[in-house]
Design a protein around this ligand. Structure first.
Ligand code: GLN
Length: 474
């Protein structure tokens, strides 16, 4: 049996039925990982520790109810702090950072019994759409090594697609879970802002960042999401809301759906392949006898310029902490304190990060704050109200995840072209809304994704429609 190709649910069942052990699972994964080192997926790993934990898990009598992921191997995006284990965030700045504590997401997954196999490569500080901004070099798409796996959670997506684990964690500020999921032919969910604690998740743009899950399918994503969700007093933006039983809700027949469509908007891009795939997705909904309704999202196209003011503004404030003094990279041979700041930041950050810090600092400066930052916030409200209006009539909105398939590594050099990657994913972040990407269709032998956006805290309904869509006709 190829244990590494099993879904998370199959692994949970197999362990419970003692068809295989956690040690066997981990050993299987290690051999796959060692075979595919050239994909550049991991920044660090500790296989010995993973095997030790697997042994402990096999010997324990923990109940499946209290420890739903007991003995299950997984992969963390290297943005989540792991106590005593290097957490680089894809940056030279944090290449020497061994956090003294773990992120809440990491703790929750440990408490659920899962075993971390390694930390996944990513775009530097989660800024990017191709993994090419990583200090450790780009990750290769396991489906075609000439292509990008997407970004910024490219390592996490590639890990699942290359069978390094059945699920992984990721973060999504403007699409970083959904776009890589789509490029690698897997499923992903970014929950409602505040559903998953940001404590110990290295900050990029705090009002947009949200942790979530990448997995082989929606059901698996639901199982893992349930484990990482919930109120956390250590995160001031964490929502005090009960965590539903996502894995059960995902397969329930209780949910009524009306899916919002934006057919005219999609046609307005003048891209035949994009329109065709969207049309085929609508056909699938019709075959599944799911109600649909055309809606309007009049401000969708403003999402991109708004995001590229707000995200850099927040990043410029968040990244001010990397000063060469407290932790992270410190330049040598400096003349004075100012020189230490300049050189540490100049040498520690990569170009994309520096560019965003500059843009953000500019937008927040007193002369330009009203013109850029404040205006962007007002438009953000407009975009959010488009969704509030839409959700009066529909239970979810269907959009493409990306405008195209995974592109060749090195092929996009114009930053604006790269930023356009996020046109369909950013709106959900601006509105704090949960959203999934489900594999659907293909182009040039590479997978495409369809995205569902749900209403605030309505992950159960969102997972339900996404799962129905992924399974298709019975
Ligand atoms: N690609 C987007 C960016 O570069 C989104 C990144 C993310 O979601 N972390 O900012």
């Amino acid at each position: 049996m190829n244990l590494e190709t099993l879904t998370l649910q199959e692994q949970i069942d197999g362990l419970r039925e003692k068809k295989f052990s956690s040690v066997e699972l981990v050993e299987n994964y290690i051999s796959v990982i060692e075979d595919k080192e050239d994909l550049n997926i991991f920044v660090s790993n500790d296989f010995e520790k993973a095997l030790e934990e697997a042994k402990k898990s096999d010997g324990s009598k923990k109940s499946q109810e209290d420890f739903p992921l007991n003995g299950i191997p997984m992969v963390h995006k290297d943005i989540f702090c792991t106590k005593g284990i290097k957490t680089s965030c894809g940056s030279k700045m944090l290449d020497n950072f061994y956090p003294p504590y773990s992120a809440t997401v990491v703790e929750k997954l440990e408490q659920a019994g899962s075993i971390c196999l390694g930390k996944a490569n990513m775009d530097e500080f989660a800024m990017g759409s191709s993994n090419e901004t990583s200090f450790y070099g780009a990750v290769k798409n396991p489906l075609n090594i000439k292509k990008t796996p997407g970004g910024s959670s490219g390592g996490s997506a590639a890990a699942v697609a290359a069978n390094f684990s059945s699920f992984s964690t990721g973060t999504d500020t403007g699409g970083s879970i959904r776009q890589p999921a789509s490029f690698c032919g897997i499923a992903g969910i970014k929950p409602t802002y505040g559903r998953v604690s940001r404590y110990g998740m290295i900050a990029f743009a705090s009002s947009l960042d949200q942790g979530g899950i990448l997995a082989k399918n929606i059901k698996d994503a639901a199982i893992a999401l349930e484990c990482i969700s919930g109120y956390d007093s250590k995160d001031a933006t964490s929502i005090k809301a009960e965590v539903p039983n996502f894995s059960e809700d995902c397969e329930s027949s209780e949910f009524e759906h009306v899916v919002g469509l934006v057919t005219d908007l999609i046609h307005s891009f003048g891209d035949e392949d994009l329109s065709k795939n969207y049309g085929e997705a609508i056909e699938r909904l019709e075959k599944l006898k799911i109600k649909t309704k055309e809606i309007e999202l009049p401000n969708l196209e403003l999402s991109l310029p708004v995001y590229y003011v707000i995200a850099p503004a927040e990043c410029s404030a968040n990244l001010a902490r990397y000063d060469g003094i407290r932790f992270g990279y410190r330049a040598e041979n400096v003349e004075n304190l100012e020189d230490l700041y300049f050189k540490s930041r100049g040498e520690g950050f990569g170009n994309e990060t520096k560019k965003r810090i500059l843009i953000g600092t500019y937008c927040l400066s007193s002369g330009f704050y009203d013109a850029y930052y404040k205006k962007a916030q007002k438009i953000r409200n407009l975009i959010s109200s488009d969704f509030v209006n839409a959700f009066k009539d529909v239970t979810s909105v269907m959009l493409p995840t990306t405008s195209g398939e995974a592109f060749d590594l090195g092929s996009i050099t114009d930053p604006v072209e790269m930023y356009k990657q996020d046109i369909f994913t950013i709106p959900a972040n601006l509105g704090g809304l949960p959203a999934t990407s489900v594999p659907f269709g293909e182009k040039n032998n590479m997978p495409l994704g369809i995205q569902f956006i749900g209403n605030i805290l309505e992950e159960s309904s969102l997972l339900n429609i996404s799962n129905k869509f992924q399974l298709g006709e019975k």
